[in-house]
Design a protein around this ligand. Structure first.
Ligand code: SF4
Length: 149
């Protein structure tokens, strides 16, 4: 009997274990005490390997920790994905802690759109709200900015 493995067509990459939050249910145990970040050169190698395995950009997601920990690093990783021919990219996860004003949100969403991000996933539940409160919800700034533009 031969065993046939299904083709690997989707994947994700954790850019850092740092997070402004330390949610009780975080399966990565991310927190502000963890400052490790994935070197861009390593990201390039993993993306290349994943692409060779059949994973395409739209079936790919970027996460953390909080991927917006170091915004420049996030964009550098997207550029590496672009070099590897993986655009458009799939999903990007965030708890939206960085959404401190409309102008910043607009600026970053515009730049991220350039890489074809299909979905921006905003984490929000009772565990997250301990660190990113509902009052003046940050993700509202994202929706407001998206609606206007
Ligand atoms: S926001 Fe997400 S990555 Fe950060 S601690 Fe909470 S569950 Fe973990």
């Amino acid at each position: 009997m031969s065993l046939q493995l299904a083709r690997w067509d989707s994947g994700g990459i954790l850019l850092t274990y740092w997070c402004n939050a330390a949610c009780a249910d975080c399966y990565e145990n991310s927190s502000p005490r963890k400052n490790s970040i994935l070197p861009v050169e390593d990201a390039k190698e993993y993306l290349r390997e994943l692409r060779q395995l059949g994973c395409t950009g739209p079936r790919f997601h970027f996460a953390g920790g909080e991927p917006f920990y170091n915004y420049r690093h996030l964009i550098d990783c997207f550029e590496v994905a672009q070099e590897e021919g993986m655009l458009p990219l799939g999903k990007l996860e965030t708890n939206a802690f960085w959404c401190t004003n409309d102008e910043l949100v607009r600026e970053r969403l515009t730049e991220i759109e350039r890489f074809g991000i299909v979905e921006l996933l905003v984490s929000s539940d009772v565990f997250h709200q301990e660190f990113v409160p509902m009052k003046g919800r940050k993700d509202e700034k994202i929706s407001r900015t998206c609606e206007r533009d």
